[in-house]
Design a protein around this ligand. Structure first.
Ligand code: DX5
Ligand code: ZN
Length: 215
């Protein structure tokens, strides 16, 4: 069964505890936590104080997606802030292998995210070391953007690479996921779906989570 990771970026930050408890009580599997620095992406989201508040109430693993330059500088801090899975961008890491080892050393699962223009073939030499690959299906930086259709092809190519290499990596898709494309994404190889606007823009976020869980 695929996993659902609602994106906290689309939550109501004035009622964060309420929204966290909604996710706790729902069929969601993880909390997707988008950290943006205003340099790697043209937007700034939130940092450690918000993550600490989140960790205090969240009863499910924190799936942290770093959209920041120099992620190596903060790996220990994210472990302390309660990240269970830490995903860095391929495009932000010069020494990706070193970064992945450092994440694992801190006791977290390690993921790599790819921007829409980055082919999955760049992961061939590192796929065996990864716990997760995050395929961006929008350009990172904002919630509520339109899903990029070329994503299906990337998912199929990545799935093939994972099977052929014997890697245990999961595949997660992030951006523009909704009830229309969720089934196709899972069929193309996705193990985990991130959803922000679809969940929090729905009149019943709990039902929205359930809808993309049971497709
Ligand atoms: C985009 C973020 C996403 C975003 C997804 O840069 O990485 O996680 O919150 O939001 P939706 O589902 O609204 O596209
Ligand atoms: Zn994300």
């Amino acid at each position: 069964m695929h996993l659902i990771s609602p994106s906290v970026l689309s939550a109501d930050f004035g009622n964060l505890q309420r929204d966290i408890e909604m996710i706790n009580a729902s069929e969601a599997d993880w909390f997707h936590v988008d950290v943006m620095d205003g340099v790697f992406v043209p937007n700034i989201s939130f940092g450690f104080p918000v993550m600490n508040a989140l960790k205090k109430h969240a009863k499910k693993p924190l799936d942290v997606h770093l959209m920041i330059v120099n992620p190596d500088l903060y790996i220990k801090d994210f472990a302390q802030a309660g990240a269970d899975l830490l995903t860095v961008h391929y495009e932000a890491c010069t020494h990706l292998h070193r970064t992945i080892q450092a994440i694992k050393k801190e006791g977290m699962k390690a993921g790599v995210a790819l921007n829409p223009h980055t082919p999955v073939s760049v992961l061939e030499e590192i796929i065996a070391d990864l716990d997760l690959v995050l395929i961006m299906s929008v350009n990172p930086g904002f919630g509520g953007q339109t899903f990029i259709e070329g994503t299906y092809k990337k998912l199929r190519a990545l799935k093939k690479m994972i099977v052929e290499s014997g890697s245990k990596s999961l595949i997660e898709v992030d951006g523009g996921v909704n009830a229309q494309n969720a089934k196709l994404l899972v069929e193309a190889g996705a193990d985990a779906l991130v959803a922000g606007n679809y969940v929090f823009g729905h009149q019943s976020p709990t039902e929205a989570i359930s809808a993309i869980k049971h497709i």
